[in-house]
Design a binder for this molecule. Sequence first.
Ligand SMILES: [Zn+2]
Ligand SMILES: [Zn+2]
Length: 141
Amino acid sequence: MGTASELIMYDYPTLLREHHLKATPQRTAILQVMAHEGHISIEMIYEKIKGLFPSLSLATIYKNMIAMQEQGIVKELKIAGFKNRYEIQKQPHHHMVCQKCGSIVDVEFDVAQALEGVSKSHGFELKQIDLSISGICDKCR
Ligand SMILES: [Zn+2]
Ligand SMILES: [Zn+2]
C-alpha cells in the first residue's frame, strides 16, 4: 500500500456528501481504489472491487463515475490509443503518458500559470489548455 495509505484513510463519505452525493459503500470503494492507483480505467476498478460487491457491474461503476464527475470529484482522462482513465480531482497538473504501456505520470506544473505573462502581453484570455505529453516510460525503455 505504501504512501497511498494516507489517501485511503481519507474521509470519502464526507467528500461525497459535500458534493451532494449519497455516500454509498460502492462510491467510497471506488474512490479508495482511485486514490491508491492514481489513474485508473472503469475495467480496472471493476477488477479490484468486484469481490466486495457481488452484484456490481461495469455499468454501475460507470454510472457512479458520471455522477462523481458531474460533481467535480473525479476527472476523466482521454488517452489516445488506450481506455479512458479517471482520477480524483486535485490541483492543476498535466500527464506524461507512455505510448507503449499507457502508464501515466502526473506532472505537477500549472501551464496556465506559466503562460499568464505571455497571454497577458497578447491581450489573450486563456480558457483551456489541452497539453499532451507522450513518450516512453522508464520501464518500457
Ligand atoms: Zn511504459
Ligand atoms: Zn493526474
